[in-house]
Design a protein around this ligand. Structure first.
Ligand code: AMP
Ligand code: DBH
Length: 537
């Protein structure tokens, strides 16, 4: 059995014929940009500015260093780096070798990293020694089994990233563009996070086609304020889109308005991307800022639904065009167009990238709904996966028999064909763009000896859209655990911070549990209703 289902022959053939899949890898993409724009600035961070020629040479040198450590084609390497130039040196080095980055986020902790390393049988783990006062070397030391660890900064007992820069000895065999380039993460809705296998061919198509949709050319300056490894700032059109066009990528250490506004002014940034709560924070900070933001032409907002009220404020207050982005690491990405009427920009989540993105909006029985009605979004196309990595059982339900991905989003079509996201059917909490699978958090709560059962739900939040709340049922006879203790317990389990419930309530009973077995989804729904009804009492 292979690690995941790919596209059936006839589809692969069609996507190649249409010119979507061009047989080009990301390593070749960078070589090509470096040939065309050797002296343009490719990537800037707090410490360094790196031209295209320098980035290409660094990627080759680091690739050789990895190779000297036995890392080669098909090997998985967990990459957990903040927004620094080394992130790009690492991933392009791995692309050069045909090794697969596994894109962890800086917010991930031991629970997630241990799982990625084990599940992918990773050969390497690349970190920065410290970021936002978290000690990643200590995290690496706690892993078991532990892959080879490469560290930007003080390496402790591990290998310094700087030592990977060696003079290239020989060229590795280039990978095929049809091969998987990396494993991207899904926010997931069940159990453990799912890994998403994306090929060079399919991902580069989505990136290349995004470039004109977002008005990117070689003179563009793109600021990356979200974590660089996240699918949105990586590919929609993200840093890879900028590098594909010969543009400049500016990396922000953190997304705070002071940091971001200073960089926009200093680097003459033309485009950046935010999740809705971040866009709101930036808007709020504008009146108190003296920075010159006049270079900014486009603000992209996506990852969660952007409220129309905030959307309307972007152009008048920021002087930039809003671009709504509704995407998913599994594939499908929609953009509003920069030239759409303002009403379309502020009220819709845009249209798909590709003429061959197939969109179905269906009812609970997979039958198409009427024009303009809302339903479940199913999609299939030249850059949407046909299955997750090593997840046969999950794939059987996450995709239809004919290969459509069940996005779990509820959408309708506006009269002009744009999609409008109206809700969600999947068991997922979208906390301001950060996705949380309730049962992943519940399973960690259940590991506490005094917890009989737990249900994690999303409740509406003005700023985040949703925040998370855990209801915990104590074991009979056990002393009731205090919320603070349960929070400590989750911290000890080394779960990413954004997954910690914003509020934990220990309760005497769950609704209707006496009536026999009900599904967890039903239980969560009942708890949410009960919570709404008792609020304020
Ligand atoms: P993931 O599958 O973890 O990459 O998360 C993608 C999900 O984020 C989508 O399926 C949507 O539920 C949500 N999402 C992304 N962009 C938007 C948006 N602009 N509006 C509403 N929901 C969004
Ligand atoms: O939320 C996402 O995953 C997302 C949002 C916007 C995404 O993957 C993307 C654009 O490519």
């Amino acid at each position: 059995m292979s690690d995941f289902p790919g596209w059936p022959q006839e589809f692969a053939h069609r996507y190649r014929e249409a010119g979507y899949w061009r047989g080009v890898t990301f390593a070749q993409m960078l070589e090509d940009s470096a040939r065309r724009h050797p002296d343009n600035t490719a990537v800037v961070d707090r410490n360094r500015r790196c031209s295209y020629a320098e980035l290409r040479d660094a990627a080759r040198a680091v690739a050789d260093g990895f190779r000297a450590h036995g890392i080669g084609r098909g090997d998985r390497v967990v990459v957990q780096l903040p927004n620094i130039v080394e992130f790009f040196e690492t991933v392009f080095a791995l692309f050069h070798l045909g090794a697969l980055p596994v894109f962890a986020l800086p917010a991930h902790r031991r629970a997630e990293i241990q799982y990625f390393c084990e599940f992918t049988r990773a050969a390497g783990y690349v970190i920065a020694a410290e970021h936002e006062r978290f000690d990643y070397v200590a995290l690496a030391e706690s892993l078991d089994p532990r892959p080879q660890v490469f560290v930007v900064g003080d390496p402790g007992p591990f290998t310094a990233f700087e030592r990977l820069r060696t003079a290239p000895v020989s060229e590795p065999d280039p990978p095929y563009a049809g091969d998987v380039a990396f494993l991207q993460l899904s926010g997931g809705s069940t159990g453990v996070p799912k890994l998403i296998p994306r090929t060079h061919d399919d991902y580069l198509y989505s990136v290349r086609a995004s470039v004109p949709r977002c008005g990117i050319d070689a003179d563009s300056v793109m600021l990356i304020a979200l974590p660089a490894a996240h699918n949105f700032p990586l590919s929609s059109p993200g840093s890879l889109g900028a590098l594909c066009a010969g543009a400049t990528v500016v990396l922000a250490e953190n997304p705070a308005p002071e940091t971001v506004f200073a960089l926009i002014e200093a680097e003459r940034v033309t485009i950046t991307a935010a999740v809705p709560p971040l866009a709101q924070v930036w808007l709020q900070a504008l009146p108190n800022s003296t920075r010159d933001l006049s270079s900014l032409r486009v603000l992209q907002v996506g990852g969660a639904k952007f409220s129309e009220v905030l959307a309307r404020r972007i152009r008048p207050e920021l002087g930039a065009t809003l671009q709504q982005v509704f995407g998913m690491a599994e594939g499908l990405v929609n953009y509003t167009s920069l030239t759409d009427p303002e009403e379309t920009i502020v009220t819709t989540q845009g249209k798909p990238i590709s003429p061959d993105d197939e969109i179905r909006i269906v009812d609970a029985d997979d039958r198409p709904v009427g024009a303009g009605e809302s339903g479940h979004l199913l999609t299939r196309g030249p850059y949407t996966i046909r299955g997750y990595y090593r997840a046969d059982a999950h794939n059987a339900t996450a995709f239809t028999a004919d290969g459509f991905y069940r996005t779990g989003d509820l959408v309708r079509r506006a009269p002009d064909g744009s999609l409008v996201v109206v809700g969600r059917s999947k068991e997922q909490i979208n906390r301001g763009g950060e996705k949380i699978a309730p049962d992943e958090v519940e399973s960690h709560l259940l590991a506490h000896p005094a917890v009989l059962d737990a249900a994690v739900i999303g409740i509406p939040d003005e700023h985040l859209g949703e925040r998370s709340m855990a209801f915990v049922l104590p074991r009979a006879g056990a002393e009731w655990p205090r919320p603070l203790e349960l929070r400590g317990h989750l911290r000890d389990r080394a779960l990413a911070g954004y997954k910690l419930p914003d509020r934990i309530e220990v309760v005497e009973r769950f609704p209707h549990t006496g009536v026999g077995k009900i599904s967890k989804a039903e239980l969560r729904r009942l708890i949410a209703i009960e919570f709404e009804n008792t609020k304020g009492n």
